[in-house]
Design a protein around this ligand. Structure first.
Ligand code: COA
Length: 320
């Protein structure tokens, strides 16, 4: 008979997947109808292209495409979906996504925390596991951020792309590879006006201030998360930062004294995909070998709200 363990339960990653809309828009294509250039966008942001969803396909469609790659990893008993760009205000798109995935009446809801949404969703899913709501939780980060800027706004249009990432967390133990480390999360509503949109096409962003807050918050949150895990920053094999701007992520890496080869990025090909950014980056890096089982990671994000967060984990051998 199994002895009861004294260890509290942890949430352990057992699957990851992602989806991108097929249509790619390059900087050169953008500059055909916007007063900008490939050189300006690349040098200020690191972005060369982004994927844009067709008008006929919604946020829920992208979410389903990413989730279908992971729902076989474990019998999922809850869905937490992070997005700032749902297809509708009410009801949550998570219930539609759960039904389309055939999850059979599981609890499902949307969570809005800007580009930090995926980290908030991971913490929520870990709470569901700890509270015995579910043995395994599907976490989706999905956004169509390309819908937020006014089409003529050269300051914001080039930054954003569309995408989705999905992860399954299962009940496990803290010593296992894939177990989520302590989670650092925060917000500051006194700066809500720095990134604001009342509805699609109305985004206003104060880029320089966002840059300053993003670097400070992601660096501080990463430092706190690594310390809370009992690790040292020099033990980190991969910094996994929200892909907001290549200059922001390089700045954070420098502040944390992590060399360039320990930084994961994909902003050049996908732009800023909001709540999808972290799972999309993890899925791509796991697929192409930049991320290997046993790597120690710090994940960090920052977004509208303002919101920010970080956590640590040792990357597992994902056979699913
Ligand atoms: N092409 C050409 N010129 C552009 C441009 C574009 N796409 N976007 C802005 N400019 C111009 C501006 O109009 C401005 O010209 P002006 O001085 O004549 O008005 C000039 O470039 C400098 O603008 P500025 O906003 O100071 O540039 P920047 O170096 O701060 O870079 C961002 C702008 C948006 C790239 C940068 O501030 C940034 O990345 N901020 C963070 C954004 C972010 O990550 N948001 C999401 C957070 S989750």
């Amino acid at each position: 008979m199994m002895q009861p363990s004294n260890e509290p339960d942890s949430a352990v990653i057992c699957g990851i997947g992602a989806a991108l809309p097929p249509a790619i828009v390059s900087n050169t294509q953008l500059s055909a109808h916007l007063d900008t250039s490939d050189e300006w966008i690349r040098s200020r942001t690191g972005i060369a292209q982004r994927h844009i969803a067709d008008i006929g396909s919604g946020t829920a469609d992208l979410a389903v495409q990413a989730a279908e790659k992971v729902t076989g990893c474990a019998p999922v008993q809850a869905l937490v979906l992070a997005t700032t760009t749902p297809d509708r205000c009410c009801p949550a798109i998570a219930t539609t996504v759960a039904s389309r995935l055939g999850l059979g009446g599981v609890p499902a809801f949307d969570l809005a925390a800007g580009c930090t949404g995926f980290l908030y969703a991971l913490a929520t899913a870990a709470g569901f596991i700890a509270a015995r709501v579910a043995e395994a939780v599907l976490v989706i980060g999905v956004d169509r951020l390309s819908t937020l800027p006014a089409p003529s706004d050269r300051r914001t249009v080039p930054l954003f792309g569309d995408g989705a990432g999905a992860m399954v967390l299962r009940r496990g133990q803290a010593w296992e590879d894939g177990a989520l480390g302590p989670m650092v999360l925060g917000s500051d509503g006194t700066h809500a006006d720095l990134i604001e949109a009342a509805r699609p096409g109305t985004l206003r962003m104060q880029g320089a201030d966002v840059f300053r807050h993003a670097t400070a918050r992601m660096s501080a949150a990463s430092t706190q998360a690594v310390a809370a895990a009992g690790w040292r920053m020099e033990d980190i094999d991969r910094l996994v930062p929200h892909q907001a701007n290549a200059r922001i992520t390089s700045f954070v890496a420098r502040q944390l004294a992590l060399p360039t080869d320990r930084q994961l990025h994909n902003i050049d090909t996908v732009g800023n995909t909001g709540a999808a950014s972290l799972p999309l980056l993890l899925a791509q890096a796991d697929g192409d070998g930049r991320l290997k089982a046993g790597h120690r990671l710090v994940l960090t994000a920052f977004g509208a709200g303002l919101t920010w967060g970080a956590t640590t984990l040792t990357w597992p051998d994902l056979t699913c």
